[in-house]
Design a protein around this ligand. Sequence first.
Ligand code: SF4
Ligand code: SF4
Length: 426
Amino acid sequence: MIRKLGGIRLPHLKGTQISETIIQNTPKKVMIPMSMSMGSEAEIAINIGDTVFVGQKIAQSSGALSLPIHSSVSGKVSAIGEMRLINGAKCKTVEIESDGEQTLSADIKPPQITDKDSFIDAVKESGICGLGGAGFPTYIKLSTKSDIDTLIINAAECEPYITSDCREIIEHTDDVTDGIRLIMKWLDIKKAIIAIEANKPEAIEALNQNLENSSDISVFVLPESYPQGAEKVIIHTVTKRVVKVGMLPSDVGVIVINVSTASQIKRYCDTGIPLIKRRVTVEGDCVSKPCNIMAYIGTSARELFELADTNFSKVNRVIFGGPMMGISKMSADAPITKTTNAILALAKKEYKPQTACIRCARCINACPLKLMPTEIEKAYNARDIDRLKKLDVMLCMNCASCSYVCPANRNLAETNQLAKSIIPKG
Ligand code: SF4
Ligand code: SF4
C-alpha cells in the first residue's frame, strides 16, 4: 500500500520542448513489427509482392489484447521476416518498399460511432495503444464495466530528454481537448483532469488558454519529481486514491489515458486514418541537433538519428524510450514502433562496479511505492516466494529510482524484474 510517495529529482534535459516537430519525408522502406503493444502478436494478412496503401490493414488482431496493424506507406511488400523482442521472443515483421506516392487506402473512412460499443470498436480498429510507452491497448481500458468518475490524462513525461507529449500539447491543443471530450462523451465520464509537470510552462499555458471557459476539464500541475507518470503514482497524486496489488485503476473509479493517445483518438474519429505515424524525441549526447520528428512507424531509428545529425562513431548505447525505463537496443537499425516516444544515442559511460549494500535506505526512500528493494534483492537471491509476496514485489513498476540513488550501484530494478518473474501467476 502507498503510505507516502517517494520519488527522485532527475536532470531536466528537455531542450527539445521549445522547437517545432520536424515532419519526416516518406521513408524508402519500412519494417513493421507484428508485436508493438501488449498482447499477442497480430496475424499477417498480406503476402510478399502485394501492393499496399497507406492505412491498409496488414495484420489482424489475434487473441487477447491484440491490435490490428496498418501500413504506414504505400508500396510493395518486399519481405516477411523476424526480429527479436526484448523478452527474447521472436516476432514477425513486414517489410514494405515505398513507392513514394503515399496513396491512401480506399478503405479509409471516418468510423460510424453511435454509442459506447461502437466507439470502443473504432478505437480498437484504429490500432491505438498507450503512446506514452506502455503500449496497453486503449480499447481495453475503455471497455471497463466499472463506474468511472474521473478521466486522468497523463501528460507527465517525467524522464529526462522526452518531450514528445509536450510538443503534442503545444502543437495540437485542440485535438487534445477534443479527444478528451470524445472519451468523456462515449464513456459518460463527467470530469477529466490533465496532469502535467510544472516544468512544461508553454504546454500548461496552451492548455489553460484552450480551457479558459471550460468546467469539465481541468489542469493539475504535478511536482517535478520522477516517476510522476506511473499510473499508480499519478492516480494517488491527483485523486489520493490507492490502487493496491491486483487492482486496476478502474477499481478506484479512474481511467488513465496518455495525452497523445487522446488526440490520436480524435484524429482517427475525424479521418479514419489509423495509427501509422508518431512523434519521436531524438536526443542524447551523440546527437548534434536534438529534435522531435513525426515519424512513420517502421522507419529505422538510424534514419531519424541521421536527420538529427548524430555522431555514430561515438555511440555506445541506443535506447528506445527514456534513460530510466527505456530499452537498450543492439543496433540503431531497429524500427520505430507504436510505443517509441524517444530514441537516445549515448556515448560510453564510466563503468561503476557493484559493491556491498551499506544499508543506507536511500533505495527505500526513493521508491514511490515505499517498497524495500534491498530486502527484495535478498528474498530473490534466496528464491523465497512467500517473502517476495509479503514485500509486494508485484507492485514494482521498474522505474529504476532505487538503482539510480544506490551508492553501491546495485542493480535493484533489474533484480525486482527477475523477482517478479518467479512469482507464480494467478
Ligand atoms: S540504496 Fe543501495 S546501499 Fe543503500 S540500502 Fe539500498 S541497496 Fe543498500
Ligand atoms: S524500480 Fe520498483 S522498487 Fe525500485 S523504486 Fe521503482 S517501484 Fe520502487
